[in-house]
Design a protein around this ligand. Sequence first.
Ligand code: DOR
Length: 432
Amino acid sequence: MSQLLIKGGHVLDPAAGVDGILDVLVAGERVVAVGENLDGGDRVLEARGKLVLPGFIDMHVHLREPGFEYKEDVASGGRAAVRGGFTAICCMPNTQPVMDNRTVVEFVRGQAARAGWARVYPVGAISKGLKGEELAEIADMRSAGIVGLSDDGKPVASTELMRLALQYAAPFDLPVISHAEDPTLSQDGVMHRGRVSSLLGLKGVPAEAESVMVARDLLLAGLTGGSLHIAHVSTAQSVELIAFYRSRGVRVTCEVTPHHLLLSDQAVRDTWYDTCTKVNPPLRSPDHVDALRRALREGLIDAIVTDHAPHHQDEKLVEYDYAQFGMVGLETAVSLVAGELVGKGVLDWPQVVALMSTHPARILGVEGGRLEAGGLADFTVIDPGQKVTVDPKDFVSKSRNTPFAGWQLTGAPWGTVVGGQVMMWEGTLTAR
Ligand code: DOR
């Protein structure tokens, strides 16, 4: 069994009680020891000055395969994940055909195994064809390996269907991931409804389009005992509602994206309608952004996810009204979190480890999220001092739709190890 020794990094995992300048010894796909002055290793990697963390898990990624491989595929998305410091990703089911049955789940898992970059955990559709009419084959998909259920990209408009999903998923221990949006309130809005949308003359989506659905789903989770995970929270009311119902014992968790923490609706105006700022839920007004940052700092939000949503430039180089919703995130998230959240005192590294590794593993019920002897050898290694300027031309993703081009950030992914395999080191992908 081949051995790997990572020497002298700042190894940090609050959940495992590890925090110090230490070595990590790996045999095969497992950690053998974490300690001082360890020996061994067929391969020795120097990590002085770097943070060695349990592997980051991005719970919310669109890989686009099958059906939209011109935007991204399982291999290119897995490679972008590893390049961005993620050891595992969850892929959403809004593919073509929709991932609402065993065949598509097995296909995606097979593609991921063939590509061999990040671990890929499929999320199955709640409803057949994402139509919101009848439940997909949940038990069959569970035995094929899904880790959650979601109609992400579309809300489940029917309250009864959402109730059924939460009830049915509960004995399978599957979180139901809610894309919370009331379509009768969001209609054909393209950005947050407020002062800026009025000034720009663009149709707005009110904050309540999200929060009304969050309230509904919390009530349903309470009713059924199901486990609810709210995707990409973007409003102050959503986090207040989640905190309130959580304190009353409802099984709920939630996630937030870097873009909803770092950009407001003013970005649409400041960039002169750059369609890379068009995302669903929309970038909100600064008061919502402040509330999200406060909630994150206070531990009311469980995970940071990218909602990596690759689109071809032909789908973005059009009028704002016609552009597709979404932005890529896998290759910018770690630097944005390091530079803009840790660097500016919003979060510290132990909180980042919880938000990007420990909690996602727990919510999904997958192994990982721990850096300890006997655990999986999945690591995210970060150079906290490296200065980067975001340049979409450097992305290995097939798509480049980011509003962060040109941002100068401090902190970058340096190494990614998946199951003892070094996928990236010194910022360079391993040839495969
Ligand atoms: O902006 C978004 N894009 N939000 C979603 O919920 C779906 C995603 C996509 O699939 O492009």
